[in-house]
Every structure is written in structure tokens, then in C-alpha cells.
Ligand binder design. Structure first.
Ligand code: DC
Length: 227
């Protein structure tokens, strides 16, 4: 079984997907973490030391450069989704370093990066029943998923929610900065040529602007159980 949840930055996908995974006892695949991990490893080693390898021009990134990166090990357990390199966890860094989200968004617009991560995402779903969240899970990665959702909310609500997130708080950003960041990522993720953020055909659209997390989780489970 594959369930996909796509949607813009800050729409609550990972919170919802994780809750649904727990309730249905299935595996959670956070595809955004894979893009963040690649963006991170282009510039930092897993210990957090900046090496700035490819700072020149990421638009010239090649498959050889990607293949030379340490292999990202993705895992999901009761403790949540995690990424590691050679067993060394670096999940926290993906959210604790300002700008990794924008970098991930820029890197993810490159066809070479999307091709690099496509099989990895599909392989992870082969071994489990899975709920995957991201931007192109229902359109490109798992077009045959049995259940597809598109989760959204207004930019203001999404920025507000980000502000309440401990990880954002730790970065010390203002509401205007967070809102601008969310809007810039929307723009880039929706307008890129390859695998842009779109409502997948047949997806159930949920506008969570005025909904609680519990209500959204309930709605997703209701749709899955009804089908
Ligand atoms: O879900 P997130 O905010 O952690 O994702 C970070 C960036 O990764 C996002 O701005 C765009 C990119 N991404 C993508 O292009 N495709 C996905 N399936 C998931 C994320």
C-alpha cells in the first residue's frame, strides 16, 4: 500500500504523515529529508563541518559529483524519520542550519538530483507499506499510489505554524523572514520545469488553514478506510 501526501512548504505534511503512519502501523518516508540531506552533504560533512565543495555553481552539478557523496541512510522508527551517513545521524542539522531548506529547494530543481533520488525513494517503498510526503510523490515517484492527498494552507497560516515550530524558533527568524522564505519556496517548487509541485490527478485536496492536526489526520484515515 502506498499513500502519498504532497503539498507546499509548511503545510504540515510531515506531522500528518507521521501521525497517519503511527495509526496505520506503516512506514513513513519523508522525501524532503532526502533532498535536504543531499543539499547538506554538498556543503557540510556529516559532523557539521563546512567544506563548501561545490559552492561555485550548483547548477553545474554532475552525476559524478552526486555519486561521490557519502550514501544517505534513511530510516524510520518509533523515534521518527532519520538520516545518517555510515551510521552517523545528521537529521538535526537538516533543520538547525538556516538556509538548508532554500538550498534543498534549489538543488531539487536540478534534473540530475531528481534522477539521483528517484530510485532511492522507490526502493524504500518496496519493502514496506508506506506513506510518503513531498512535492512529487503522487505525480512522479509513486504515480500508481492507491491513495493520494494534497495538503495545503494559506501562506500566512503556514508561516505562522513555522514560527511556532521549535526548530524555526531556534533559528531566531522573524515572521516576515519566515513568510518570505515560505513564499519563495512555493514559487520555486511550483515553477520548476521538472516534477513541479502540482495537485496529483485523483488526489483528495485538504485545505488545512482552519483545521487542527487531529482533524486532518482523521480526514486522511477516513478516506483510506472508506476506499
Ligand atoms: O519537505 P521539505 O520542506 O523538507 O522539502 C525541502 C525541499 O526539498 C523543498 O523545498 C523542495 C524539495 N523537495 C522536492 O523537490 N520534492 C520532494 N518530493 C520533496 C522535497
Amino acid at each position: 500500500m502506498i499513500i502519498t501526501i504532497d503539498g507546499p512548504a509548511g503545510s504540515g505534511k510531515s506531522t500528518i504523515a507521521q501521525r497517519v503512519a503511527q495509526q496505520l502501523w506503516i512506514y513513513y518516508l519523508n522525501t524532503g529529508m532526502l533532498y535536504r540531506a543531499v543539499a547538506y552533504l554538498l556543503f557540510y560533512d556529516p559532523c557539521g563541518v563546512f567544506h563548501g565543495n561545490i559552492e561555485a555553481d550548483i547548477s553545474q552539478l554532475t552525476r559524478e559529483q552526486l555519486d561521490a557523496l557519502p550514501k544517505v541512510e534513511y530510516s524510520y522508527s518509533a523515534a521518527g524519520a532519520a538520516v545518517a551517513v555510515r551510521g552517523q545521524d545528521f537529521t538535526q542539522q537538516l533543520f538547525a542550519i538556516a538556509g538548508i531548506d532554500q538550498l534543498a529547494s534549489r538543488v531539487s530543481a536540478l534534473p540530475v538530483v531528481r534522477a539521483y533520488l528517484l530510485d532511492a525513494q522507490r526502493d524504500l517503498a518496496k519493502k514496506h507499506d508506506v506513506i510518503a510526503d513531498g512535492r512529487d510523490c503522487g505525480t512522479v515517484v509513486f504515480p500508481h499510489a492507491q491513495y493520494k492527498f494534497y495538503l495545503t494552507a494559506s501562506v500566512d497560516v503556514r508561516a505562522q505554524r513555522r514560527m511556532q515550530d521549535a526548530k524555526t524558533l531556534a533559528l531566531g527568524l522573524t515572521f516576515d523572514q519566515v513568510r518570505a522564505d515560505v513564499a519563495a519556496r512555493d514559487e520555486r517548487d511550483e515553477k520548476r520545469e521538472i516534477a513541479p509541485l502540482r495537485i496529483p490527478t485523483g488526489a483528495v485536496v485538504i485545505d488545512a488553514s482552519d483545521m487542527t492536526i487531529d482533524q486532518v489526520v482523521e480526514r486522511v484515515i477516513e478516506v483510506v478506510e472508506r476506499k
